[in-house]
Design a protein around this ligand. Structure first.
Ligand code: COA
Ligand code: ZN
Length: 302
């Protein structure tokens, strides 16, 4: 039983930006440990050209492995039809598409305008038949962009509405950690008033230390699905200055301490962190709760 869904995106958002490569077998062990800790949704990789992001070259094998873990929804990112077809072949349960609201970032990341990217997601949605994966349109750089600066909120709303026309779910992503809680409240409220429950996920980066504050603001606006990355790994290689996601261990601690059930066991989550460190020993990891330990007498939400 859980009140919020935390999707671990470390194997994708984290490893795409890590300085070191994690061997395939180590990725499998880590994902297994995450599942054992109670993570019910894991973004295990992306289907992008291996030349562009070598760390994602083994995503097909990783998806196949993650599918053997009971009760785990296996998510993969894909930017174009070719990647989506690979995700279909591998058997991903859900595919996320990055649709940047910043024109500059969209062109740097996927070499398409936001409009072209929406059309590409539409093509993928039209290719689906019964039993095929869910599709999520993630409006990235929704709160600002290191290349372009300000991103107009009207543009975010426009893209979210377009994506809601053929996606199962829409998420708002703060790709470069520009968001603040007031902005989060305002934008989630505006988008929710346009597309209702199709607005599901919040994806925050902790680049300026506001990751948890933004997650709490989104929760107060009714958001119940959050991306997070173990050890605060993460960042988009095509967005200068991007750094790690909101830290899974700290986000789980915040919710559990508030009495909000995550379905995740913190001790087992720390055990999964040890498995991550073993597989990626030279990569710097972050996390306040993992370093400080749980408060004396701490009890998880019942
Ligand atoms: N940055 C630099 N070079 C890029 C690039 C990018 N974002 N995207 C493509 N290229 C290169 C290709 O490698 C190719 O090089 P080559 O001619 O030397 O082989 C050339 O540009 C032409 O590419 P094209 O055929 O138009 O596209 P593609 O199919 O190779 O790549 C995407 C297009 C959308 C698949 C690719 O840009 C991509 O995967 N982007 C997503 C990156 C990502 O995962 N970002 C983080 C997650 S949001
Ligand atoms: Zn991200």
């Amino acid at each position: 039983m859980s009140d919020v869904l935390i999707c671990e995106v470390g194997p994708r958002d984290g490893l795409q930006n890590a300085k070191h490569l994690m061997p395939t077998e180590a990725k499998k062990r880590w994902i297994g440990a995450l599942a054992a800790a109670g993570l019910r949704e894991i973004e295990v990789g992306s289907f992008v050209p291996p030349k562009l992001i070598p760390a994602m070259a083994d995503t097909g094998e990783i998806v196949a492995h993650a599918r053997t873990l009971r009760g785990v929804k296996v998510v993969a990112l894909a930017p174009i039809v070719k990647g989506f077809e690979r995700a279909l072949a591998a058997g991903a349960h859900k595919v996320t598409f990055p649709v940047s609201a910043s024109r500059r970032h969209s062109e740097a990341n996927v070499r398409m305008t936001p409009e072209q990217m929406v059309a590409e997601v539409g093509k993928c949605a039209a290719l689906r038949s019964a039993g095929d994966p869910q599709i999520e349109g993630a409006v990235s750089t929704a709160f600002g962009c290191t290349l372009q600066g300000e991103v107009p909120e009207d543009e975010v709303v426009r893209l979210a509405v377009a994506l809601a026309g053929f996606c199962d779910a829409v998420a708002l992503a703060d790709t470069v950690g520009y968001a603040n809680p007031a902005q989060v409240r305002r934008l989630f409220r505006r988008v929710r008033s346009e597309i209702g429950d199709k607005l599901e996920g919040a994806h925050f980066h902790d680049t300026r230390g506001l990751g948890l504050a933004n997650a709490l603001a989104a929760w107060e606006e009714g958001v119940r699905a959050f991306d997070a990355s173990m050890g605060g790994l993460g960042g988009c290689p095509f967005a200068p200055g991007a750094s790690g996601n909101v830290i899974t261990e700290d986000l789980v601690f915040m919710f559990e301490a508030m009495g909000v059930r995550t379905g995740i066991d913190l001790q087992k989550l720390f055990a999964a962190r040890a498995v991550l460190i073993e597989g990626l020993p030279d990569e710097p990891l972050y996390g306040h709760t993992a370093l400080a330990g749980l408060p004396k007498g701490f009890r998880a939400a019942a």
